[in-house]
Design a binder for this molecule. Structure first.
Ligand SMILES: NC(=O)C1=CN([C@@H]2O[C@H](COP(=O)(O)OP(=O)(O)OC[C@H]3O[C@@H](n4cnc5c(N)ncnc54)[C@H](O)[C@@H]3O)[C@@H](O)[C@H]2O)[C@@H](O)CC1
Ligand SMILES: [K+]
Length: 223
């Protein structure tokens, strides 16, 4: 039976509670989950890119950005041409560490104008709307670019309680569980994947939902 995205979708609040509980109880460092998130993201990007593609990874000063920077590092290691768009100074410890690594691996700090692939790891589940001018300008440029657009976790511009311009993702790699905020996108051409971060099945069961079928597919393709 197909996994029911809608029946198992979580509010952001419920998702964060499950996620934080697993982190606290299982001694799971965020950095470990970020490494998994970034690798899943990099795998999807690598499938969509060609060896000559230019890949622009937009990263913000948070854990969503940190995941994007892990992907930048992995892709650079595989030989891809990786560029970084860092509209906000990266100051927080984890994303800063990931930035240092990505640069050492050869990613270039340059917001190129016409990338073949444009990755949105600018903001994730802690984004506050309205986004503000800086990010709205990036969204306008990205949405009019002739690029494959890929978002990590939640596209920038999608959050609870508001509507805003949003990064028009062709592909979304959402983390660990389906999110209610993504349900309207099931009716569109956007392709959604759910990536396993290693949260045990029990944590899903405890809040009354089913874990995506990660035992078989750790990067589960929804539609
Ligand atoms: N267990 C976890 O919490 C994990 C989180 N991960 C990733 O981390 C993301 C959440 O990370 P964070 O909580 O660090 O936050 P985000 O990366 O979503 O946002 C970063 C920061 O941006 C700032 N911000 C929010 N709205 C803004 C706006 N409109 N303009 C300018 N700045 C704004 C906030 O200060 C926020 O803390 C998830 O979406 C996911 O991608 C994963 O990497 C791994 C595990
Ligand atoms: K994002």
């Amino acid at each position: 039976m197909k996994y029911d995205f809608i029946a198992n979708a979580l509010s952001l609040q419920a998702f964060k509670e499950m996620d934080y509980k697993a982190v606290a109880e299982l001694a799971l460092p965020i950095e470990l989950m970020m490494e998994n998130a970034g690798l899943h993201l990099a795998r999807v990007i690598a499938r969509k890119a060609s060896p000559k593609s230019t890949i622009l990874i937009g990263a913000g000063n948070g854990n969503n950005g940190g995941g994007g920077l892990v992907a930048a590092r992995r892709l650079a290691a595989w030989g891809y041409n990786v560029y970084l768009d860092l509209p906000i100074e990266i100051t927080k410890e984890l994303p800063l560490q990931q930035l240092k690594r990505a640069l050492l691996y050869g990613a270039k700090r340059e917001a190129i104008k016409n990338p073949d692939v444009w990755v949105d790891a600018y903001l994730g589940f802690s984004q506050k709307l309205p986004l503000g001018n800086l990010f709205e300008t990036i969204i306008a440029k990205a949405n009019s670019a002739n690029a494959i657009r890929i978002s990590l976790d939640l596209p920038m511009g999608i959050s609870e309680g508001d509507s805003s311009p949003r990064f028009n993702a062709d592909h979304i790699i959402t983390l660990a569980a389906p999110k209610k905020l993504l349900i309207p996108l099931l009716e569109t051409d956007t392709q959604i994947y759910i990536a396993d971060l290693g949260i045990p099945e029990k944590y899903y069961g405890d809040i009354g939902v089913a874990m995506p079928p990660f035992a078989k597919e750790q990067l589960y393709f929804v539609s």
